[in-house]
Design a protein around this ligand. Sequence first.
Ligand code: CO8
Length: 262
Amino acid sequence: MKQFDTLTLSTQDSALILTVDQPKSLNALAKEVVNDLESFLDWFETTGYEYRGLIITGAGEKSFVAGANIVQMNSMDEATFTAYAKQMHAVTERLESLHVPVIAAVNGFALGGGCELALACDFIYASERASFGQPEVNLGLVPGFGGMVRLPRRVGNAMARELIFTGRRIKAEEALRIGLANRVVPAEQLLDAAVATIEEAAAVSPTAISIAKRAMVSMDGLDTHQGLGREVDAFLQAYHTADSVEGRAAFVEKRSPVFPGN
Ligand code: CO8
């Protein structure tokens, strides 16, 4: 298994679990962490085909990711800042486009860049101890790793504005209520719940999941008519895959499909 200084990788069933492992700074996204996330994606995109899903979580009991590293940010010049932001933007866009489902297992603070990292995952499972927020306004800042783009898409424009303008921290149950988290579970069941969902997805066609993911990302910002056009393209692409030939044959022959994965 590939090794990183700031991330830990482990496996459970068909899932790869990526733990941001900097508990002394509550797993804040230091430059070194962002570099490692980028290297992880280089590795996973090219060699991660045996895994049927990715789960991202944070080390320790207290925090998922507490945001960008504020101490490091204080000594960044404009060029370094821009490079840092662009690098993290690329990481989030690559996570969204991965071929497998990506679940944020939020085990504690998901603040600022931490909330934004979770928003780049397909969906969020929260432990009962989790809390979420975009507290940048407390620092005289605004979200910079995609929060102003992705939070409104997840929770609606008005709710996103309320959270961004107040910097308020919300608990897991409220995150569930507003649609930020899909599920809230006791802390000790968080990873198992995420793994169980990856296992459910592992039973269906991986090609269909990958086509659906990429199509849905490409539909962001399109109007209904354009979106429906993309959907037809994606449907036809899926229709011609070996997985679909097998899935439809299995239905007619009243047996379980064995997807070849292409
Ligand atoms: N960066 C660096 N260090 C951090 C961070 C952080 N974001 N968060 C916590 N730490 C460190 C603390 O400094 C402390 O270190 P030490 O033990 O050396 O003093 C350690 O983690 C533990 O933290 P606390 O003692 O503060 O723990 P508490 O339980 O008292 O409080 C909180 C926990 C509430 C999470 C508190 O630490 C906090 O408010 N952290 C900051 C949260 C925040 O504001 N996050 C947003 C940051 S800005 C951002 O993410 C913008 C992203 C876009 C950047 C775009 C660049 C172009």
